[in-house]
Write a protein that binds this ligand. Structure first.
Ligand code: ACM
Ligand code: ZN
Length: 768
């Protein structure tokens, strides 16, 4: 008996130690073509060797990185070799013939794993795929099923931007960021090195740029105020550190594109060299956000020399074909007043015309000069889309951030363009609507799904689509103090954009992506990378079925883990029912749902429906909502409240026009009141209603007013959701007409909107 127990134990133990996890090639970004083959594949263990071609230094470095990845994920320590007769091996080559130089083929048979790239970069992406196919939750041996994968990126420019001016990221943080890019097959690092709040790049000819321009008095950047803390905040990269980062990036097949933002966003320069500004200063390195009126004096020859001198050192440091020279948000108020700038306008013949002002042309005079300087070094420029405003010039590539129009225009005119529309690519926005429980975020709500669904060329004429060279995420660091914060904002949205940048758009499928993302998030955990877990919360939707007079509740979570829910307002527990198919909701209900995973419980999903006399009754809207805020009239009687944000789809918005609607209760009933909510945010011109009137009728023709009340306008800014609960003497009625007045003239204390019509937002009319 004892003997039997021991041998059973040994059998279990040996099964445990020889247990191999199985690789899954369904990774992010999705490879273009995966064909699983009907034989066993290989089991990777420590007897494997990574083989690279003798003398190929780039593949040797790839091999070293692959060895590090494998060791970090599995604990297996593989040797490197140039002997391709090794029996068990991962073979790296770069001999694939393919039009796409970043393509690779990954083949697994019963003996070897072979990654053949069309270049060392292509080989590196095959390595990333191999690495991500390993289950990051397991150590030890890995079984790789036999497979043939062919893969190549959709776009050549796959960027990630990091602003190191507003907050400084030390070299180690920058390297980690580059590692994260590599994990996502992102190959262009847009390094925003200079801005009003700090110049971060050592320039030998202008030492004060980093002696003065890299330091400010204040850690925090607040948008609309100069009030800040008194922390002395400083940081810059020495040229040897820059070279080290450029080399580090190149080993990971990432090209570093530095941005020297000009002629705006230059207060750090002016603080260092006040003579380069129109007024001569004094200036200081800014401690606030926003756009400064003080910019480079475009009429000053010394300022033009400054640009040339800086770019001369920049091209020495950065081998990239592209150098970004900014061009965004450059006010022209100083230039209008500056004698030197006006003289430059005269001398260069920069006249106002129907497309551009003389000052906009002056901006492009500066940009075209910098572009020509770069061209003299065999380089090309990228500029933000404002460069279109002053007329495009030869050789410029446009980075479109104010929407996609800039790229569409540039491509139509035969210029290359990169898409970074702020509403999709600025990862400083919040990953959830629940902003109370999130780090401070700027730019609204930007869920992973919205990034995933981005189609960069959808608005571009097919003939011009080849000019859309790619897309890029941007991390502006006013609100990001360090790398963990930057990564939290970036992940997993970078994965969604990676799929847009790399994968075949014809295979787009969010559910499929979300399932694959689970595996990548395990890699994030393994690598200690902070990331937003919102997609693992319950994503619920309560949609009105107007015909059926009910609502449909659907719920989903990225990894399809069971969702536990209640419909009675109590908190779900691990014993609550599991959601398995859409539910019909036809009475007042509070939905609460949550996922319980071994790693912990998700955030609570909660929503509610309130049924009353008027819910799902016929409604006639007698006035028109604002075009942008039109929702179906049924929205006002679907039992759903609007929620926190006028753009949830549950609020109807009016501009200067009252809401007037008649609800047919279907039969005569006793009514005694009406409830309605308004969404108020006077700073964005959304005011509360200024008048509510209720009229009743039994025949739909003759109405009697039972309530009519006018409200005072506010005298200061207000925001929030207001409940208007109107009561009147009970009366018989079948038709209830409700009027909610909209402020037609915003009061005088409101500096931006005074005298203009306000918006009115209403979510629901509940007859009681
Ligand atoms: C930008 O966001 N100012 C490019
Ligand atoms: Zn000037």
């Amino acid at each position: 008996m004892k003997h039997l127990l021991t041998s059973t134990f040994l059998a279990i133990f040996s099964a445990m130690v020889s247990f191999a996890s199985t690789a899954d090639y369904n990774i992010v970004p999705k490879p273009h073509n995966i064909v699983l083959l009907p034989y066993e594949g290989v089991e990777l263990d420590s007897s494997f060797t990574i083989v690279y071609p003798y003398g190929n230094e780039k593949l040797k470095r790839n091999a070293e990185l692959l060895s590090e990845y494998i060791q970090c994920l599995t604990g297996l320590c593989l040797n490197l070799s140039t002997n391709d007769t090794e029996s068990k091996s991962i073979i790296l080559t770069d001999t694939l013939t393919d039009r796409n130089t970043e393509a690779y083929r990954l083949s697994v048979d019963n003996r070897t794993i072979h990654i053949d790239g069309a270049s060392p970069a292509g080989n590196f992406y095959g390595i990333q795929t191999l690495r991500k196919s390993i289950d990051a939750n397991n150590d030890g041996k890995v079984r790789f099923p036999a497979v043939r994968i062919y893969d190549a990126p959709s776009f050549p420019y796959r960027g990630a931007h990091l602003d190191v001016s507003r907050h400084f990221f030390p070299t180690d943080s920058v390297k980690k960021f580059i590692d994260v890019m590599a994990l996502h097959n992102v190959n262009r690092f847009h390094w925003h090195l200079t801005d009003d709040q700090g110049w971060r790049l050592e320039i030998k000819k202008y030492p004060r740029l980093t002696q003065i321009g890299a330091t400010r008095k204040g850690l925090h950047i607040r948008r609309n105020t100069d009030d800040t803390d008194t922390v002395t905040y400083s940081g810059h990269y020495r040229q040897d550190e820059v070279r080290d980062i450029v080399r580090y990036a190149a080993e990971r097949h990432v090209t570093v594109i530095p941005e020297i933002d000009m002629p705006g966003h230059m207060l750090a320069v002016l603080a260092s060299y006040p003579e380069l500004g129109c007024t001569g200063g004094p200036y200081k390195v800014w401690t606030r956000g926003g756009v400064s009126d003080d910019v480079l004096c475009a009429g000053n020859d010394a300022a033009i020399r400054f640009i040339d001198d800086v770019l001369a050192e920049v091209v020495e440091l950065f081998p990239s074909e592209y150098i970004h020279i900014g061009g965004d948000e450059c006010p022209t108020v100083r230039w209008k007043e500056c004698a030197r700038c006006q003289e430059r306008i005269r001398q260069a013949g920069l006249d106002n015309d129907s497309l551009s002002t003389a000052e906009q042309k002056l901006q492009n005079y500066v940009m075209a000069h910098a572009s020509a300087t770069l061209a003299s070094y065999g380089r090309r420029m990228i500029g933000w889309d404002e460069i279109i405003d002053g007329g495009l010039f030869p050789g410029c590539t446009v980075m479109s951030w104010r929407g996609t129009e800039g790229a569409v225009k540039a491509a139509a005119m035969g210029h290359d363009a990169i898409l970074t529309p702020a509403t999709i690519c600025y990862f400083t926005a919040s990953q959830t609507e629940d902003r109370k429980n999130e780090p401070y975020a700027v730019g609204g709500f930007l869920p992973v799904r919205k990034v995933y669904e981005f189609e960069p060329t959808s608005e571009v004429d097919p003939k011009a689509q080849q000019h859309i060279i790619g897309t890029q995420s941007c991390l502006w660091s006013e609100s990001l103090l360090d790398l963990p914060q930057a990564l939290y904002q970036s992940l997993p949205r970078m994965a969604a954009l990676a799929e847009v940048q790399w994968s075949d758009p014809a295979q787009k499928d969010y559910g499929n992506f979300a399932a694959r993302l689970t595996g990548l998030c395990n890699h994030y955990r393994r690598l200690g990378l902070p990331f937003g877990t919102h997609i693992f919360d319950v994503q619920g939707s309560l949609e009105a079925d107007s015909a059926g007079g009910s609502l449909m509740l659907t719920m989903h979570t990225a990894d399809n883990h069971p969702i536990r829910f209640t419909l009675d307002g109590t908190m779900p527990t691990p014993q609550s029912p599991v959601y398995d198919s859409p539910l019909t909701i036809d009475r007042s209900t509070v939905v609460n749902a949550r996922v319980f995973r071994p790693s912990g419980q998700s955030r609570l999903y909660t929503d509610s429906v309130t049924f009353g006399k008027s819910t799902f009754r016929h409604i006639d809207l007698l006035t028109s909502p604002a075009r942008k805020y039109t929702v179906p009239p049924m929205t006002l009687v679907d039992g759903l409240f609007g929620g926190n944000g006028f753009d949830t789809g549950r609020w109807m918005g009016f501009e200067g026009t009252p809401l007037i609607a008649t609800i047919d209760l279907g039969k005569t009933d006793t009514v005694s009141g009406v409830d309605l909510h308004t969404f108020v945010s006077t700073s964005t011109w959304i005011f509360d209603t200024d008048n509510i009137k209720v009229e009743l009728s039994t025949d739909g023709k003759t109405f009697t007013t039972v309530y009519d009340n006018t409200f005072n306008l506010p005298e200061t800014h207000e925001s929030g959701i207001r409940l208007h609960s109107v009561a009147f003497s009970p009366a018989k009625a079948r038709f209830v007409r409700v009027t909610a007045g909209c402020v037609t003239e915003i009061p005088m204390w409101h500096t931006a909107g005074k005298g203009k019509p306000a918006f009115l937002f209403v979510d629901e009319i509940m007859v009681k």
